[in-house]
Design a protein around this ligand. Structure first.
Ligand code: ZN
Ligand code: ZN
Length: 526
């Protein structure tokens, strides 16, 4: 979920890259701008391969590796080459803050970034945009701050002087005084600085708008101020970029912004609520904010005329062929697929059991109501089923009767780990792997303790993406899932098979082949 601690490290060494020449002779060699992009957003080391004369050289491998990281973060297929989707990404409107902190690439550690050390935060708008008067900027800022407030237990007060404000909003063009110049119309539209700075800068060369109903929004040139402001406020509160495409902290511009995603809320929990137990209210704040913000998204939506669909769409069952999968796991020899509050059970590939999908709360009675999605679940050695959410887990017996609940620390996880992304048991060594983003631990259920020498870096499992959304063992083989794709893993080679990834929906679920599937299935999956 996270990039670095400080934006200040974002210095993209303009000096060194002006004089560098790139040595890369493939026909699809990246342009100077594309290399600059990869460095600026943290996908390529600024100082990579600097030779004795001070010129930087980039090998095909290092560029490919950087492209793969960038593609993974954006949720694109990790081709490692400059395909058309990837080239589009370079041009897309986005936030100027770094995506990945490679400062610590040698020694990947959990980066704890900081929020404000107080709950009442002040703000001030210094100037308006050329296309948006200050008063309207203030109105949108108030709404943007209110979106975040309940999830950190925060309140926001507008003050008259910017010198007294924690969060300071301004518009500027090109070089605007902080050494991170804007780039004219398009691409970078804004950036922001985490606490204790709290500055939000918007590129005044963009055509800012605040009325999503207006036809101009269909015009790509207009940038919705609210959508960008919600994201930048996240930075000003200490949030980093997320690779979850539905999250507000995803670095690329998209509209409309409708609500915070679970991933954003978890980030706020980590920043502001980790000492507050129990957590359920925070998650329920999604629907019923306990801190009663003055504005909610609903207010803004009411300004539009499109409120009506929201409740309906929330009751809709996701289409298994076109969705992300919260997690997928094999339990009692069947494939269980979780998305939102639903579960599908398949007794074989493409064979959904009669009566599914069901709401998983109907099966796991005793699971607290605030657990509104299942991030990860696995079957233990003793046949019990453990469901993880945040720092807690709930255990059910093999007939789905509630047994007990516990904490991650029961597994010997360090207290700073606030959630796990994936848990699975390997059939290779009967050990339990507990994965948190780019790291994993190995637990021995027979001995009831964590194995020594962990956590390890996910990069040890070669050709796999990380973080992964799910991992499972099906009929002797280990599979990893991320977004819409999956990989089969070779336990002996400690690497994914080379003809993966393949599209999950079309291989595992009864879904039609799509035209673009040929791209993935050149080899029939054995
Ligand atoms: Zn950003
Ligand atoms: Zn700036």
């Amino acid at each position: 979920m996270c990039c670095g601690k400080y934006l200040w490290c974002l210095v993209f060494l303009a000096v060194s890259y002006v004089k560098c020449r790139t040595i890369y002779l493939e026909h699809d060699s990246p342009t100077r701008e594309e290399i600059a992009f990869l460095k600026k957003y943290g996908y390529m080391d600024d100082q990579l391969d600097v030779d004795y004369s001070g010129d930087a050289t980039y090998t095909a491998d290092s560029i490919s590796e950087a492209l793969r990281k960038m593609q993974a973060f954006a949720g694109l297929p990790q081709t490692g080459s400059l395909d058309s989707q990837t080239r589009k990404l370079f041009k897309r409107k986005r936030c100027g803050v770094k995506d990945i902190d490679n400062k610590s690439s040698r020694n990947k550690r959990y980066v704890i970034y900081e929020g404000w050390p107080k709950r009442n935060i002040t703000w001030n708008v210094i100037n308006g945009a050329s296309t948006l008067p200050k008063s309207r900027v203030e109105k949108q800022m108030e709404a943007s701050l209110a979106i975040w407030a309940p999830h950190g237990g925060l309140s926001f007060t507008r003050v008259d002087r910017s010198s007294q404000a924690d969060i300071k909003v301004s518009f500027g063009r090109e070089e605007h005084g902080d050494g991170f110049p804007f780039d004219g119309l398009g691409h970078v539209v804004a950036h922001a600085f985490p606490p204790p700075s709290g500055s939000l800068h918007f590129d005044d060369d963009e055509l800012w708008g605040d009325d999503p109903d207006k036809e101009e929004l269909a015009n790509n040139d207009i940038t919705d101020f609210f959508a960008v402001a919600v994201h930048e406020v996240g930075h000003a509160l200490g949030m980093c970029h997320s690779d979850v495409e539905e999250s507000v902290m995803y670095p690329y511009y998209k509209t409309p912004v409708e609500k915070l995603h679970w991933d954003d809320i978890m980030g706020m929990r980590e920043l502001y609520m980790k000492d507050v137990e129990p957590m359920p209210e925070v998650i329920e704040a999604h629907t019923a904010p306990p801190f009663a913000p003055k504005f909610t998204l609903a207010d803004r939506e009411a300004e539009r005329d499109s409120v009506m669909d929201e409740e309906e769409s929330e009751n809709e069952i996701p289409d298994l062929c076109f969705t992300n999968y919260q997690t997928i796991q094999v339990i009692q020899g069947k494939i269980w697929v979780f998305e939102e509050e639903w579960v599908w059970v398949l007794h074989d590939r493409k064979e959904i059991e009669v009566g599914y999908p069901k709401r998983f709360h109907e099966i796991f009675r005793g699971l607290p109501a605030h657990v509104n999605s299942i991030r990860t679940i696995y079957e233990k050695r003793n046949g019990n089923i453990a469901i993880f959410s945040g720092r807690r887990y709930w255990e059910f017996d093999d007939r789905f009767r509630f047994v007990r609940r516990g904490r991650l620390s029961d597994y010997g996880m360090p207290s700073r780990v606030h959630e796990l992304s994936t848990v699975f048991m390997s059939n290779y060594n009967n050990k339990t792997y507990l994965i948190q983003y780019e790291r994993f631990w190995r637990y021995d259920e027979d001995l009831g303790k964590m194995d020594k020498g962990y956590p390890k870096d996910m990069s040890a499992w070669r050709q796999l993406p990380y973080p992964v959304d799910a991992a499972m063992v099906w009929r002797g083989d280990t599979y990893f899932f991320r977004g819409p794709r999956f990989w089969r893993f070779d336990n002996l080679l400690v690497a994914a098979h080379e003809y993966y990834p393949l599209p999950t929906a079309q291989v595992w679920f009864p879904c039609e082949h799509t035209p673009d599937m040929d791209r993935y299935i050149e080899n029939e999956e054995p």
